[in-house]
Design a protein around this ligand. Structure first.
Ligand SMILES: [Zn+2]
Ligand SMILES: [Zn+2]
Ligand SMILES: [Zn+2]
Length: 144
């Protein structure tokens, strides 16, 4: 998603909630959209503090949650006990596999997954189909 696009969607979302597009929200949005890998709220907080950006952890958490609600971020669960975020549609459709031992995450392409799920769900007469799958295992380093 392009930044301009995300800003517009987020502004409209905030407006519909009667909230303001504040400077801290704008800064969190920029950081989140430019992140290339899945990040947890904690990781983003640490990164921003390292960059000398002084926004509280609570504000970052809340802003990320509202960006997810606005559809600007996807959340993914790697079984770490916390949520990771990623900006959607920047890459091809992919699934995640996480290592049960060290938490390492890889992106994998599962052929026809979306198509298969959609056609099965359509057969059951469902619309607006969403799905979440969690794949885990042992990564190469943890197999021995
Ligand atoms: Zn994690
Ligand atoms: Zn591992
Ligand atoms: Zn991903």
């Amino acid at each position: 998603m392009k930044l301009d696009n995300a800003v517009k969607i987020y502004k409209d979302f905030l407006k519909s909630k009667g909230l303001l597009y504040t400077k801290p929200r704008e800064i969190v949005l920029r950081e989140a959209i430019s992140a290339t890998w899945h990040f947890s709220a904690d990781e983003l907080t640490t990164q921003m503090h390292e960059h000398g950006i002084n926004i509280s952890r609570a504000t970052i958490y809340r802003t990320l949650a509202s960006m997810k609600e606005a559809g600007i971020l996807n959340s993914v669960d790697f079984g770490h006990g916390h949520i990771h975020y990623e900006a959607p549609k920047t890459k091809a459709q992919h699934e995640h596999i996480s290592c049960e031992k060290c938490g390492e995450v890889c992106e994998i392409q599962v052929e026809n997954l979306e198509k298969t799920i959609n056609s099965a769900a359509t057969k059951a007469k469902f619309k607006h189909i969403k799905y979440t799958i969690r794949i885990s295992g042992l990564c190469e380093n943890c197999q021995f």
